[in-house]
Write a protein that binds this ligand. Structure first.
Ligand SMILES: [Cu+2]
Length: 154
C-alpha cells in the first residue's frame, strides 16, 4: 500500500511539471495540524501567493495520507462556526489566499495511518488550468503553530 501511494504521489508530481498557473504561485509555511490520537481528520494550512497577473483558482488538493482531501472554509451559521466544502479557493492576481485555522483549509479526511509530529506530508494543489504544485507540509502540534490551545472565556 505504501508503495502504491508513493507511486501515485510521484505520478501526480510529474504530471504537474509544465508551464501554467503553478509557475506563478508560491506557497509559504505549509503545515498540517497534528490530529489528536484516533481523530479521523485534520487540516492543512498555508499561504498561497499568486505572483502572476491572472486570477488563479485552486480546484483540488491531494495527499497520500488521507483517503479523502477536500477544500474547506468555516462559515458562521447562527453564531456557530461550521466547516463547509468549497468548490475552489480563489487567488487574485498579485494576491494571496490565507489558509488558517478558523478559515480556509485543506481538509484531510479518513487518515490512513496516525501521524506524528515532524512528519512531512506532500500536498498537491491543482489549479484551474490543470497545472499543479506539490508542497511539503510539516506536521506540527497546534501549540507550535501559534494557535491558542483554548479560548479563554470570561
Ligand atoms: Cu474542514
Amino acid at each position: 500500500m505504501k508503495h502504491l501511494s508513493l507511486f501515485a504521489a510521484s505520478l501526480l508530481f510529474s504530471a504537474g511539471v509544465f508551464a501554467g498557473a503553478a509557475d506563478h504561485v508560491s506557497v509559504q509555511d505549509p503545515y498540517v495540524r497534528l490530529a489528536p490520537p484516533n481523530a479521523p481528520a485534520t487540516g492543512a494550512f498555508m499561504v498561497i501567493r499568486n505572483n502572476g497577473d491572472k486570477d488563479v483558482k485552486v480546484l483540488k488538493a491531494d495527499n497520500p495520507v488521507s483517503k479523502v482531501t477536500e477544500l474547506h472554509t468555516h462559515l458562521n451559521e447562527g453564531g456557530v462556526m461550521k466547516m463547509r466544502p468549497v468548490p475552489a479557493i480563489d487567488i487574485k492576481a498579485k494576491g494571496e489566499a490565507v489558509l488558517k485555522p478558523g478559515g480556509l483549509h485543506v481538509m484531510m479526511i479518513d487518515l490512513k495511518a496516525p501521524m506524528k509530529e515532524g512528519d512531512v506530508v506532500p500536498i498537491t494543489l491543482t489549479f484551474d488550468d490543470g497545472s499543479s504544485k506539490q508542497v511539503e507540509a510539516k506536521v506540527v502540534r497546534p501549540m507550535a503553530a501559534g494557535m491558542p490551545a483554548m479560548e479563554h472565556k470570561h
